[in-house]
Design a protein around this ligand. Structure first.
Ligand SMILES: Cc1ncc(COP(=O)(O)O)c(C=O)c1O
Length: 458
């Protein structure tokens, strides 16, 4: 937790440091900046996904190996971005390369089932304790299918979601992801704010937003809407404001609450599954929900998604009353990569390694925070962690609003200028570790936070 007596950030100094770091970064990324002007002639904004163009400029990547990536200017980084947390295997892991190569030679797509399904399903059941699985192509698809299953099984429409969490870009859940503090409304009735243009206002009527880590507020949402709630979706540890852990008893309380009101609980484990423990949040927090959504790390770097649930929830699918379908669902290339990832690379031993690096980061970063009396603390579990620049614990989105984005942007720039690639800057400051990350990689991260600390206290 935060140290007792902390400094206050001098925001004028931080502005100066940002200008200095941006000026130092620009010449290192000439090729990226120039390539973007070529790409943007026929690709909107010159990037494939809007979040690839975060300030100060998009960085185009050439290749990756293990814990390292190289951009097209030739700069080398220790990769803590890891493709938004997908590459827990490290880049170009030989077992995954071999699985993909082997599969590619046999044909990459048939839209017919192939015979790796059972091994992957069995592995996921073992990890997450849910008996049945289906596969899709992204986290967005996984949470979309979860919402459909909860609605299909209850005949109800209302979904409860947490303020400040992201579940993908479909219209059922893309509300109040990073809502404007001016618009969020009272904590006991947060406004349901669309996160993108083009989401019909009518969809907001179907989503009730509640703060994380507050059972009483979740209960209020259910009792005020008795008989209307199909289910609740929750990221069991929030990963959008740094790593925000669930308070003891919170997740179990949500499960009981949902069941008391005839509704279901879905864990969005797109970020936590296969990263924070062998059995994701189900294992780490000891609560088994009705549905688990997976993506990212599950596919070893291929487009992937999976949804696990009880037999009861899959009932409409098993009876043929409801379809979970898609041309690329269970694509053989993805299945080959997922099989190698889950059965050969992310074994229980892998988590022992991730935990060891996590411990090293926590100790090293904690010492820097104490030495420089930063208003900050470290939060992490398994492959996921963050320095949270708040003097008090962040337990929900509203606690994180007070963190000045200039502080986290500077922290990102300092890392980027000194050979550490983090997810494009935001309040989240979340890192992902891979099985290839070493003690030296951890030390580079710690040294950079020390450089940040020395600069902001100079
Ligand atoms: C918790 C969570 N759920 C769902 C998604 C959506 O996943 P995808 O980008 O694969 O659609 C994300 C993406 O970052 C996520 O973090």
């Amino acid at each position: 937790m935060a140290v007792a007596e902390t400094i206050e950030f001098d925001l004028a100094l931080i502005d100066e440091l940002i200008a200095r770091e941006e000026a130092a970064l620009e010449p290192k990324h000439r090729a990226s900046i120039e390539y973007r002007t070529v790409a943007e002639q026929h690709v909107a904004g010159g990037v494939a996904s809007s979040w690839q163009s975060s300030p100060p400029h998009a960085v185009f990547i050439d290749r990756g190996e293990g814990s390292r990536i190289w951009d097209i200017d030739g700069n080398e980084y220790v990769d803590y971005h890891l493709g938004y947390g997908a590459m827990v295997t490290g880049h170009a892991h030989p077992a995954i390369v071999e699985a993909i190569e082997r599969r590619a030679r046999l044909g990459t797509h048939f839209a017919q089932p192939t015979t790796q399904l059972h091994e992957i399903g069995e592995n996921l059941s073992d990890r997450f304790g849910l008996p049945l699985w289906r596969f899709c192509n992204s986290g967005t698809e996984a949470t979309l299918e979860a919402v459909r299953l909860m609605r299909a099984n209850t005949g109800r429409d209302l979904i409860v979601k947490i303020e400040g969490t992201y579940h993908g870009h479909h219209d059922s859940l893309m509300f109040s992801v990073v809502p404007d503090p001016e618009e969020i409304g009272p904590r006991e009735h947060p406004a349901t704010i669309p996160q993108a243009m083009g989401i019909p206002a009518a969809f907001a009527e179907l989503v009730r937003v509640v703060p994380f880590n507050d059972l009483a507020e979740a209960e209020r949402a259910f009792t005020e809407n008795e008989g209307l709630v199909a289910g609740m979706i929750v990221e069991p540890a929030m990963m959008n404001c740094g790593v925000v852990m669930p308070q003891p008893g919170y997740l179990q309380g949500l499960l009981e609450l949902c069941h008391r009101h005839g509704a279901y609980l879905a864990f969005d484990e797109v970020k936590t599954g296969a990263t924070i423990a062998y059995g994701g949040a189900v294992e780490a927090f000891g609560v088994r929900p009705d549905i688990v959504c997976l993506a990212k790390a599950f596919g070893g770097g291929t487009p992937c998604g999976a949804i696990g649930a009880t037999e009861e929830l899959f009932g409409p699918v098993l009876r043929g009353d409801h379809d979970i379908a898609g041309t690329f669902n269970g694509n053989p290339l993805t299945m080959a990569a997922a099989r190698a990832t889950m059965l050969e690379v992310l074994t229980p031993d892998a988590y022992a390694h991730l935990n060891a690096i996590d411990r090293r980061l926590k100790v090293g970063l904690g010492a820097v925070i104490d030495r420089y009396r930063l208003p900050a603390y470290v939060s992490g579990i398994g492959a996921k962690g963050s320095v949270i620049y708040s003097p008090t614990e962040v337990r929900e989105y509203r606690d994180a609003i007070a963190i000045d984005e200039r502080v986290t942007y500077l922290a990102w720039l300092v890392q980027q200028n000194r050979g550490v690639f983090k997810s494009p800057w935001s309040k989240q400051e979340t890192w992902t570790l891979s099985v290839a990350h070493s003690d030296d990689d951890a030390q580079r991260y710690i040294d950079n936070v020390e450089a940040f600390a020395a600069a902001v206290t100079s």
